[in-house]
Design a protein around this ligand. Structure first.
Ligand code: BES
Ligand code: ZN
Ligand code: ZN
Length: 487
């Protein structure tokens, strides 16, 4: 995507056919005056009072400049633009304009007078160029987002700010692509190949631990989940380190390529959503790629234990006892609670091998968090109040919200097994997302700065690109925001 930042409204209008104007009520009058003086004849605009009270989204107007006709798309549905609502507004506009308007679009933003808003606008615009029709043969020339973008920025805002936003949007497109790709077209090796290609392209490192490595290392829980699969498990490890970085941060992502439930098989209704069970891995890998592309002054790794959860004569069976990287034994009462098994190994490995200062895992872990929070926030589980406060702040400003859940030790009692060190299922009919988090905690060696994000409700939901559920790219903006504030 090539960016053309022009220096006046007139110059922009000469280049574009569709002028996109995301606005808020507090700047609507400014926008109105500019439309009137530069673009649209008074007859084609409602009187100021009616314009300010306008409820239709978006509103279309037509302007002329030197005989060139311009369609103005004006969308104003917030009192005041924040980073979070600028992102979502511009993303909605991009989807709408891409669908409805022919011709070259431009983003008119002189009223967004803060760098953060400009960055969010370009991230939203770029993410909105995503094309969900991955396998539609009819529009092969219409693939995701490489269109040029013309814009007018506010005085004093540099193009770099817009470019960083575009980078974040492009990473989100890649993450969405990974998650939307069906299991027929992805595998553990495919995720590994994605990471290796990305690392080579953007100057960071990627290691794909294969089944042989995992066996040597003793990743018994990941291998147990993998037993019923044709495709061998991998654990992808990516690493980007800026020379000035001081703290080691690790993102761990659940990479279940497709979750049938295993022998504890899932209901077939909505089972197709389970191609998204690697959304945590995609977000972790995407966040590291974004750090590398933005050259943030951080030291970050992604570790993604990756396998299918399939059904076969070799699959683990309910009641089986397996071992783990940490050496702890696990009674597997439900083979559908597989995410916590693969994460247990990755978490224990991260702590032992890399001794991170901060460790955050992202996982589409439980239906229970969807019941609790729906599609509005990820469940946040941590005993570290400061880390919680930081992630809450990053969630609120990015719009990728999190909501803290309790981690009382009494919940751990529900995970005690009679025959092994721990069981993977609380047989109680409540608090499923919390007992899952307590299971993970058991493998952290009481790490002082660990947080778990249950993103089962956030990774895959209706979000404008199609009629049904699809990937959101959740996590990338949250983590980048958190890292940027942390410095
Ligand atoms: N991948 C699922 C969780 C999930 C559910 C993700 C809905 C996205 C949307 C996970 O592996 C799972 O099956 N969890 C079980 C755990 C239970 C057996 C303790 C669940 O939540 O039902
Ligand atoms: Zn499952
Ligand atoms: Zn799962």
């Amino acid at each position: 995507m090539k960016l053309y930042a022009l220096s006046s409204t007139e110059e922009l209008l000469e280049k574009v056919d569709v002028l996109c104007v995301p606005a808020s009520k507090d700047r609507a009058e400014f926008v109105y005056q500019d439309l009137l003086t530069r673009i649209i004849h008074a007859d084609a605009l409602p009187p100021l009072q009616d314009f300010l009270a306008m409820k239709a989204h978006p509103a279309y107007f037509f302007g002329h400049l030197n005989g060139h006709r311009v369609k103005v798309v004006y969308w104003c549905d917030a009192e005041k633009l924040t980073e979070a609502n600028t992102y979502s507004l511009v993303k909605k506009m991009a989807i709408k304009v891409r669908h409805d308007c022919a011709g070259k679009p431009g983003l008119w933003l002189p009223h967004l007078n803060a760098n953060e808003l400009i960055q969010s606008a370009f991230a939203g615009w770029t993410a909105g160029q995503y094309d969900l029709g991955l396998y539609k043969q009819s529009d092969n020339n219409h693939k995701s987002g490489s269109e040029d973008i013309y814009t007018l920025l506010p005085a004093g805002v540099t193009e770099d700010v817009a470019r960083n936003g575009i980078t974040i949007g492009l990473v989100q497109q890649e993450v969405m692509n990974l998650v939307n790709t069906p299991a027929s077209h992805k595998s553990p090796a495919y995720l590994g190949a994605w990471a290796s290609r990305s690392a080579a392209q953007y100057g960071y490192s990627a290691t794909v631990l294969d089944k042989q490595d995992l066996t040597t290392m003793g990743m018994h829980a990941l291998l147990a989940v993998n037993r019923g699969s044709e495709q061998p498990a991998v654990c992808v490890v990516t690493h980007y380190k800026h020379p000035e970085a001081t703290k080691k941060i690790i993102f761990i992502g659940k990479g279940v390529i497709f979750d049938t439930g295993g022998i504890s098989i899932k209901d077939s209704k909505n089972m197709h959503y389970m191609k998204s069970d690697m959304a945590g891995a995609a977000a972790a890998l995407g966040a590291v790629e974004a750090c590398a592309r933005l050259k943030l002054k951080v030291d970050v790794m992604a570790i993604t234990p990756t396998t299918d959860n399939s059904i076969d004569g070799l699959s683990i069976k309910p009641g089986d006892v397996i071992s783990s990287y940490a050496g702890k034994t696990i009674e597997v009462l439900d083979t559908d609670a597989e995410g916590r098994l693969v994460l247990a190994d990755a978490i224990a490995y991260a702590v032992k091998e890399y001794k991170p200062d901060v460790m955050i895992d992202l996982a589409t872990l439980t239906g229970s968090i969807v019941a609790a929070l729906g599609p509005q926030a990820a469940g946040l589980f941590s005993k570290n109040d400061q880390l919680v406060a930081e992630l809450e702040a990053a969630g609120n400003s990015s719009g990728e919200r999190v909501w803290r859940m309790p981690m009382f030790d009494e919940y751990h009692d529900d995970m005690q097994s009679d025959i092994a060190d721990i069981k993977n299922l609380s047989e109680k009919p409540y608090a499923g997302s919390i007992t899952a988090a307590k299971f993970l905690e058991y493998f952290t060696s009481e790490h002082a700065s660990w947080a778990h994000l249950d993103i089962a409700g956030m990774g895959f939901q209706p979000n404008g690109f199609g009629k049904g559920y699809c990937a959101t790219g959740y996590g990338v903006r949250l983590l980048i925001q958190w890292l940027s504030v942390k410095g």
